[in-house]
Structure formats: structure tokens, C-alpha cells
Write a protein of this length. Sequence first.
Length: 164
Amino acid sequence: MDSILEAFQEQMRIIAEAQQKRTKLTGTATSRDKTVTVTVNANGVVIETKFTAGIEALSYAQIAKTVTKVAQDAAADVARKNQELAAPITDRRARLPKLSDLVDGMPDFAGEIPVEPPVSLAPPGSPERAEDDDDATALRFTDVEEFDHGEREAEPGRVTDPSW
């Protein structure tokens, strides 16, 4: 048990160090024609956009499209750096014993964590963003209780009370 506690404390120290390093991470990308450069922080938020001489040769639509693409590339760059930073933590965690190894009958929750689906890079209003009720990737919940959402008479002191 002492070695497990020691390993856990070491893991927490490594995570804290990685968090500190992550605060300084940036990702940068430049357009092929070198007219646009975008830098994002560790969360993928744009923190700097630079245009070079020659940008005036592009139309507003071309500039907008280029800035969007370069910002997406910068976000992908910082996402790769985030993964590299987290890799030692993930590898170390994989070597630690699972809760089910320590306590008989305890379920192993690691396999139950859902994986986030990829986020669309399509602009608003594009066909990829059109809502489709029959979409196979839509979230469906099967283990839910039913609740009658029909109209109920307002009860004094409740949120449904019209005096609110």
C-alpha cells in the first residue's frame, strides 16, 4: 500500500509539472503563401494573428478563408503538443494497478469513459452542420426515467407559480 501511495503522489507531482508547462504552450501555423500567421494558446484560442506585405492582394473572402484554415492548423499544432506533454502521464498511469486489482469485486471504470467524437471544422450553415434526427452519431440515452412534461397546475411558492 505504501508503494501505491508513493506512486500516486509521484503521479500528482508529474501532473502538476505538466500543467505548469501547458500554460506556456502555443501552436503556430502559417499559410502556404506566407501572408497569414496565427498563434493559439494551449486551449486553441487565437492569441496573435499576423499579416505580411502582400495581404492586400487577397480579397476579403480569401483572407477570411486563409485565417480560418491557418487558425485550425495552429490549433492542431497545439493539440499535438498537448498530447506529447500528456503522453508520459498516460504511460505512467497505465503502469499503475487498477482499482479492481486492489479491491476484490470493485469494477474497473477506465473502460467506461466515453470517447469524445471529433468536432466539426465546418463553418456555420454548411451541410455538415445540418441537424439530422436520424444521425447515427447522435447521443441516445436508454437508461432514463420517463417524466410527464404535460401542463401542471401552478403550486404556490413553486417555480411554476405565476407570481414569480
